[in-house]
Design a protein around this ligand. Structure first.
Ligand code: TRP
Ligand code: SF4
Length: 404
C-alpha cells in the first residue's frame, strides 16, 4: 500500500448545525456536486467538530446529522459516485488525531486565527477546552486520513488546510524514513531512463539549493507522467525531491472555487449566525415574504429615486440567479428609476422559489424513506473506513507500531 495511489481524491466536510441555506448551497454544495464527477469524492458530516463549540447541548445533534445528509442528497450529491459518511462512525479519525497530537507543537494550534477569533465571537461559551484548541488538528486528521489531493473549502478554512500541510510535512519528516532510503532512491532515479534521471537531478538541485518552486513543479510533473515508475518509487522520489523522506501523508491542496457571494436578507453574508438566511427547504410563502422585505439600496427611498445596484444586495442575488438579459434590465431600470424594487425582485423570487421547491421535493422523498438514507450513509461509512484503515496501516508502519 502506498501513499500516492489516490492522487485524484477530494475530501471535504461540514458541521451539522441545522438546515442548510442558500449560502451553503451556492457557496459549497453545488461545487461538490460538480466535483463528484471529476474526482473520487469523500464528503463527511463533521459531528465531532460540532462538539468543539457545541458540547453543552447535544440534544439535537442526531437530528442535524440526518437533516444534513438529506440536504446533501436533495442538492444532488450522488451516493453512486461519492462517499458520504459520518465522522464519528469512522473512529480512525480519532486514532489519527491522537497520533498526530503527539507531534503537534501547541504554538501551531494557538496561532490558528480562528482560535482567538471564535473565542471572542462566542464569548458566552467556555471555549477554553482542549477539544476546541485541537479543532484544527482534528480537521487535519480528517483530511490526512484520506490522503486527498484537494480539499474544497471556503476562505475561512484555508488556514486549517495550511496547518494540515505543516503537520503532514512534520509527520513525513519524523517518520518518513525507510532503511536504505538513499540506495532505493538511486535505483529509482536510474529507472527513470538516462535523460529523465539527469533532468530530475538538475531540477531537484534547483529546488533544494535555490528554492525554485517552478523546478519543483516541473520535477513533480516529471514523476507523475512517468509510467515506468512504481508507486513506491514515485513516493521515494517525491520525498527525496522535497527533502522529506517518504511522503507517508501527502500534503493536500486547497481547492478554492470562485463561488458567488450569496447575500443574506440584511445585505451581510448569508449566515446562520446572522439570522438572515433562506433555508434550502423553506416554504414558498416564507421565501416570498422574506425576499419582498429584503434590504435594497438604502439611498433609494422613494420609487422615483434612482438606485445603484452596486449598493444593493438584491443585485448580488441577481448575479447568482439571473440571465444576462434580466441583469441588463435591472441595471438600466434601477439607475433610471424605471422599475421599482418590488418589480426588480419579481423574477428573482420566481427563480429562488423554483430552486428551493425542487430541492424540497427531493428532500421530502428522502424524509419519507429514512431507511434509504440510513442505508446510503451506512454504506458510505463502510467505504470510508476501508480507505481510513489503509492510511492507518501506512501510518502505523511508518511509526514502527504495526506490531500485533
Ligand atoms: N471546519 C470545517 C467547517 O467548519 C468543517 C470540517 C471539518 C472540514 N473537517 C474538515 C472541512 C475537513 C474540510 C475538511 O466548515
Ligand atoms: Fe436593488 Fe433592484 Fe431596487 Fe435597484 S431596483 S435598488 S437593484 S432592488
Amino acid at each position: 500500500m502506498s501513499s500516492n495511489v489516490q492522487n485524484r481524491r477530494v475530501l471535504s466536510g461540514m458541521r451539522p448545525t441545522g438546515q442548510l441555506h442558500l449560502g451553503n448551497y451556492h457557496g459549497a454544495l453545488k461545487n461538490w456536486v460538480e466535483l463528484q464527477y471529476q474526482y473520487e469524492c469523500y464528503f463527511f458530516i463533521a459531528d465531532w467538530h460540532a462538539l468543539t463549540t457545541g458540547y453543552e447541548d447535544t440534544s439535537r445533534l442526531e437530528e442535524y446529522v440526518w437533516t444534513m445528509a438529506i440536504d446533501w442528497l436533495a442538492a444532488g450529491i450522488n451516493p453512486g459516485v461519492s462517499t458520504l459518511f459520518i465522522q464519528s462512525k469512522v473512529p480512525e479519525h480519532a486514532e489519527l488525531h491522537l497520533l498526530l497530537s503527539m507531534i503537534t507543537p501547541l504554538g501551531w494550534l494557538e496561532r490558528v486565527p480562528s482560535y482567538k477569533d471564535q473565542q471572542a465571537q462566542l464569548a458566552e461559551r467556555d471555549l477554553g477546552t482542549y477539544g476546541f484548541l485541537g479543532y484544527p488538528l482534528l480537521q487535519s486528521a480528517d483530511i490526512l486520513l484520506y490522503r486527498p489531493q484537494y480539499v474544497p473549502v471556503g476562505e475561512d478554512q484555508v488556514a486549517h488546510v495550511e496547518i494540515t500541510r505543516e503537520i503532514a510535512r512534520r509527520f513525513n519528516h519524523i517518520y518518513g524514513r525507510e532503511t536504505e532510503f538513499e540506495l532505493k532512491v538511486e535505483k529509482a532515479i536510474k529507472s527513470l531512463g538516462s535523460r529523465n534521471s539527469a533532468l530530475y537531478r538538475t531540477l531537484r538541485k534547483e529546488f533544494q539549493e535555490k528554492g525554485d518552486s517552478e523546478a519543483l513543479s516541473k520535477a513533480r510533473a516529471l514523476l507523475d507522467s512517468n509510467a515506468r515508475l512504481t508507486v513506491a518509487d514515485r513516493d521515494r522520489l517525491q520525498g527525496y525531491l522535497e527533502g522529506t523522506g517518504i511522503s507517508v501523508l501527502p500534503e493536500p491542496e486547497v481547492l478554492l472555487t470562485a463561488t458567488p457571494k450569496v447575500p443574506g436578507l440584511d445585505g451581510r453574508k448569508m449566515s446562520k449566525s446572522y439570522g438572515n438566511t433562506i433555508g434550502l427547504r423553506e416554504d414558498t410563502d416564507s421565501i416570498v415574504k422574506k425576499l419582498k422585505t429584503m434590504q435594497t439600496d438604502p439611498a433609494r427611498v422613494r420609487r422615483t429615486d434612482p438606485g445603484d445596484p452596486e449598493k444593493c444586495p438584491v443585485w448580488d442575488l441577481h448575479k447568482v440567479y439571473s440571465s444576462d438579459q434580466t441583469r441588463d434590465w435591472v441595471q438600466s431600470g434601477c439607475r433610471s428609476a424605471g422599475i421599482g424594487c418590488l418589480e426588480c425582485k419579481t423574477p428573482l423570487i420566481e427563480k429562488v422559489v423554483e430552486e428551493v421547491a425542487a430541492i424540497s421535493k427531493r428532500a421530502q422523498e428522502y424524509e419519507d424513506n429514512p431507511d434509504v438514507v440510513r442505508g446510503i450513509i451506512a454504506q458510505g461509512c463502510e467505504r470510508a473506513r476501508e480507505a481510513a484503515r489503509d492510511t492507518l496501516d501506512v501510518v502505523r508502519h511508518a511509526m514502527a507500531m504495526d506490531y500485533r
